[in-house]
Write a protein that binds this ligand. Structure first.
Ligand SMILES: Cc1cc2nc3c(=O)[nH]c(=O)nc-3n(C[C@H](O)[C@H](O)[C@H](O)COP(=O)(O)OP(=O)(O)OC[C@H]3O[C@@H](n4cnc5c(N)ncnc54)[C@H](O)[C@@H]3O)c2cc1C
Length: 465
């Protein structure tokens, strides 16, 4: 098992190097780990899942609203089934809450049957029309004027952090080298690709570009000009857990030509989120929030669920989608270059990740990589940070066996010393306090670390000595 965050890189020829350890790159590395190959996963940041993959709306989509016939439609549909089964096997927090597409005027109401027909063209047949009375019964806190809804029962909520971490953990345990703090700066294509990174040289026969927002730049370094990534910012507001009883489903707007629109949804951690906005920017680092963005969200949220706006805000965050101006993923194999680009994974990459990984592995095989037989990987039971199943502080059996699970460090999120210790000694340990938060939720609650911050920091620093 090799995870490095500094120092010299190994001087060996890899079969495949995957650039970018987001949910897509880690899924690809995990899929490749099923074959007898020398694989490395390299990441510019100090942790896996630290780019777009850490800041999304965390919905396991059905793909009911995708453009029929696209690669995205197919991979979201397949990916959903795979990830739902994988979550069950690995203990990734997931909740089958279902979605309601709420119609607020006659025009939107008239659109719902067409959306049901589109869902059927995408292979999804479980939608159902609800009249205003049934909708009000199912969601009693909805704002006035809702006329009906389309129910999509298989839109679920999931933990994006545990998903990425599970893929990375399983890949590393199966022999993939993970190199963090390792930005690929240039690529020299030849008999073997030579990658100049911020930590030295790496060599590989085949290359996969899963660099998210930066996939277009890496593509150009290999002489390709197939797409340009425009960061499309999505700002979100996280409401306190006290707001959770206000909403039972993911409340979706009826989509327009401008995109999926703003939703209200529960999270697997027991909060409620409102968002995201959709703003095209120039700066791929601009994950800040803006007063206008938050005001727009509050105005929209007030219409959907008026009582939500009076609830306390726990946090705000923003993620950047990798928009390309194309209506589909930009996944392309370049066999002569022994290279696959996984670009333009916009709003659905978390859901589609396992199917994307399978597709990319097939493309590498078609491009000449000898894959050999695939093996099953050892399952990885992931720590539970969701509210649907008992957390360690609620489990008398765990606490009796190890009192560290009975010692709460973060009181808002009920995170125990045992969980923090486990995260710090895990296969892919956190490189920062934020990484520790994504693994345990410590400092992620209503006080945002005001109370537990020093204790969590002390444990983090001790654990790294
Ligand atoms: C607001 C918002 C809401 C969303 N909601 C959902 C949802 O509900 N459901 C869903 O399925 N999807 C959703 N998505 C989409 C999903 O989050 C993305 O499709 C997915 O996270 C993309 O993963 P990725 O691995 O391609 O990119 P990233 O997570 O960005 O990973 C790319 C990685 O590459 C690294 N990298 C870049 N350049 C280099 C380099 N030169 N060298 C080394 N490393 C490099 C980066 O540091 C980064 O970690 C949403 C996205 C946003 C922004």
């Amino acid at each position: 098992m090799t995870v490095t965050a500094g120092g010299e890189l190994p001087d060996r020829l890899h079969d495949v190097i995957v650039v970018g350890a987001g949910v897509v790159g880690t899924a690809v590395a995990r899929e490749l780990a099923r074959h007898r190959l020398r694989v490395a996963l390299v990441e510019a940041g100090d942790d896996v899942g630290n780019g777009t993959s850490k800041a999304n709306t965390a919905i396991l989509h059905t793909g009911f609203d995708a453009a029929p016939g696209t690669l995205e439609s197919r991979l979201v549909r397949e990916g959903r089934h795979r990830l739902a089964a994988y979550a069950e096997q690995s203990g990734i927090p997931v909740e089958p809450v279902g979605a309601l597409l709420v119609a607020w005027d006659r025009e939107q109401l008239a659109t719902l049957p067409a959306l049901a027909a589109k869902a059927a063209r995408n292979g999804y047949h479980a939608t159902r029309l609800l009249d205003a009375a049934e909708l009000a019964r199912r969601e009693p806190h909805l704002g006035p004027g809702a006329l009906g809804a389309l129910e999509v029962p298989d839109e679920w909520i999931i933990c994006p952090w545990t998903t990425t971490l599970a893929y990375a953990t399983q890949a590393v345990r199966a022999g993939v080298d993970l190199h963090l703090n390792c930005r690929v700066q240039s690529v020299t294509a030849g008999t073997h690709h030579e990658l100049a990174t911020s930590r030295g040289l790496l060599r590989t026969r085949y290359l996969v570009n899963a660099a998210g927002l930066h996939a277009d730049e890496l593509d150009r370094r290999l002489g390709r000009q197939d797409f340009t990534v425009t960061p499309r910012r999505g700002q979100l507001i996280v409401y306190d857990k006290l707001a959770r009883p206000l909403v039972g489903h993911i409340l979706l707007p009826v989509p327009t030509a401008l995109g999926k629109g703003v939703l209200v949804a529960p999270t697997v951690y027991g909060n409620v989120i409102l968002g995201p906005t959709a703003e095209d920017l120039d700066d791929k680092r601009d994950t800040g929030s803006s007063a206008e963005g938050l005001e727009t969200l509050r105005a929209t949220g007030r219409r959907i669920l008026p009582a939500l706006i009076d609830e306390e805000v726990t946090a705000v965050y923003a993620g950047l989608r990798a928009a390309t101006g194309h209506d589909d993923y930009r996944i392309r194999a370049h066999p002569r270059l022994r290279y696959v680009t996984v670009g333009g994974i916009r709003s659905t990459g978390l859901t589609a990740s396992m199917a994307i990984a399978d597709y990319v592995t097939g493309l590498l095989g078609d491009a000449g990589l000898h894959l050999g037989p695939a093996r099953d990987l050892e399952p990885v039971p992931m720590p539970n940070i969701g509210e649907a199943r008992p957390r360690p502080y609620q489990r008398a059996d765990l606490i009796a066996a190890d009192p560290a699970y009975g010692t709460i460090v973060c009181h808002c999120e009920r995170v125990t010393r045992g969980e923090i210790r486990d995260a710090l000694t895990s296969t892919v340990p956190p490189g920062s306090l934020d990484g520790l938060r994504r693994r345990t939720r410590a400092r992620g609650g209503r006080c945002q670390g005001f109370s537990c911050g020093p204790a969590v920091r002390a444990l983090f620093e001790d654990g790294r000595r």
